[in-house]
Design a protein around this ligand. Structure first.
Ligand code: PMT
Length: 408
């Protein structure tokens, strides 16, 4: 399956003759299974219509920064946060200059500035404009800030010149974007991730459970597989397909999860507990369906489930890093710090599940990464972008640990 499958990509088209190739780029990205939102700059609309892009992307085309209707639907900040990736193609010399200077005077530049997702640009311009030191300085600024520069290629230009400045073919842009998601940061590493809820049976038809869609855990599994790790995903019942190249172990109850985790965790490089595990289970689930009686109330006796991640953290062959999540509704950081210490975790990821846009089932998340020595905030972004940021931080921590203790 393509690295771009189910990625949420903003394609921003700026005003040059190559704008028409933006349409082919959208078509090819869709073919890879990506979800697309298109931004057309004012200049681009001289070359290609919003309707063409709407037909190809299957979504309304975004054109104006201050458009009441658009802001009532998906406003510019929501659009910026929605994305897993933004690509500006073609990127004219003017757009490159405005991006380099952090301008936010139209929709394209504002979204590029506001998005927490990685941004790629595919330049296209006259060869003399490309060679100009001003353009090269702007590009080098953008590259230093982590933007991916794709192309251009050399060849015959629309103006009759020959030289570098032609937009790379849409197929080559797609390949470069896909490669962005294949880092080798976790090559040779084995990662075990738990995700989703657990279900604790009351009788054969009823259960106690926790909220969890599995989205955060599955996004982490995908990010680890993209980084080259061998990934085992132990998941409670969710309505998601497992990412490619990930071994899925499906479980139902906390006791199932406990058994699977203790079998898979020893010797792993990384264990991440994103599952919402029920802290208690019914002591004696009924063997047949319980019938409604005359009493207004019934009582269930609950017993505590094992604290799985704490056990993993104290294994003899303990994973090199054990990372938990703390889903909290109040005193987020305080509770998370205490949980990290009590469970013996290397890191805890504090997750405010009372905030309207984050937490259970949401598409976005915002978290704090807490270790014994450091605390880092990751601001609101798609769960996939948050997962990539978390995995990048954990890969770096594993790398540093390997440098300080070679052979361990
Ligand atoms: O699945 P989504 O809809 O995308 O939502 C994501 C999420 C909010 C479920 C996820 O990001 C999250 O915060 N997961 C942990 C939720 C939770 O139950 O936290 P907790 O504070 O109860 O547990 C702390 C840690 O201990 C967690 O890593 C948990 O997996 C682990 N735990 C808890 C209880 C238990 N008996 N065994 C455990 O291993």
């Amino acid at each position: 399956m393509s690295q771009l499958h189910q990625r949420r990509v903003i394609v921003a088209i700026s005003g040059g003759i190559a704008a028409y190739k933006g349409a082919e780029l959208v078509r090819q990205l869709k073919k890879q299974g990506a979800s697309i939102r298109v931004i057309l700059s004012r200049g681009a609309r001289e070359f290609i219509t919003p309707l063409t892009l709407q037909a190809l992307s299957g979504e309304p085309t975004h054109t104006e920064l201050l458009d009441e209707k658009a802001e009532a639907g998906m406003g510019h900040i929501a659009l910026a946060r929605w994305a897993d990736l933004m690509v500006v193609a073609p990127a004219t010399a003017d757009v490159i200059a405005r991006l380099a200077h952090g301008r936010a005077d139209d929709l394209l530049t504002t979204v590029a500035l506001a998005t927490p997702a990685p941004v790629a640009i595919a330049p296209a311009m006259n060869q003399q404009m490309w060679a100009n030191q001003a353009t090269q300085d702007n590009l080098s600024q953008l590259s230093k800030r982590g933007l991916q520069i794709i192309g251009p290629e050399a060849g015959e230009q629309a103006c009759g010149d020959v030289g570098p400045g032609r937009l790379l073919a849409p197929g080559a842009i797609v390949t470069a974007l896909a490669e962005r998601f294949t880092s080798r940061q976790l090559e040779q590493r084995r990662v075990v991730i738990t995700a989703g809820p657990t279900l604790e049976a009351i009788d054969p038809v009823r259960f106690l459970s926790n909220h969890s869609s599995g989205k955060m855990g599955y996004a982490l599994a995908r990010a680890c597989a993209d980084a080259g790790a061998r990934v085992v995903l132990i998941s409670g019942p969710v309505e998601l397909s497992p990412p490619d190249r990930v071994k899925l172990i499906s479980i139902t109850s906390a006791l199932d999860l406990h058994k699977a985790a203790l079998a898979e965790a020893p010797g792993a490089d990384l264990f991440i507990g994103a599952a919402a595990v029920a802290d208690y289970r019914v002591q004696h689930p009924a063997s047949g369906k319980m019938k409604k009686g005359d009493d207004d109330t019934i009582s269930l006796t609950l017993v505590q489930n094992p604290d799985i991640i704490a056990e993993v953290s104290h294994l003899e062959r303990r994973p090199k890093m054990v990372v938990g999540f703390a889903a909290e509704t109040h005193n987020l950081l305080e509770h998370a710090r205490t949980k990290r210490a009590n469970k013996g975790l290397d890191m805890i990821i504090a997750n405010d599940v009372s905030a309207p846009q984050t937490g259970f089932g949401s598409e976005l998340n915002a978290v704090h990464l807490i270790t014994a020595a450091t605390e880092e905030q990751l601001t609101l972004a798609s769960k996939q972008v948050i997962a990539e940021q978390i995995i990048s931080a954990l890969a770096e921590a594993l790398h540093q640990a390997a440098k300080s203790h070679p052979g361990s």
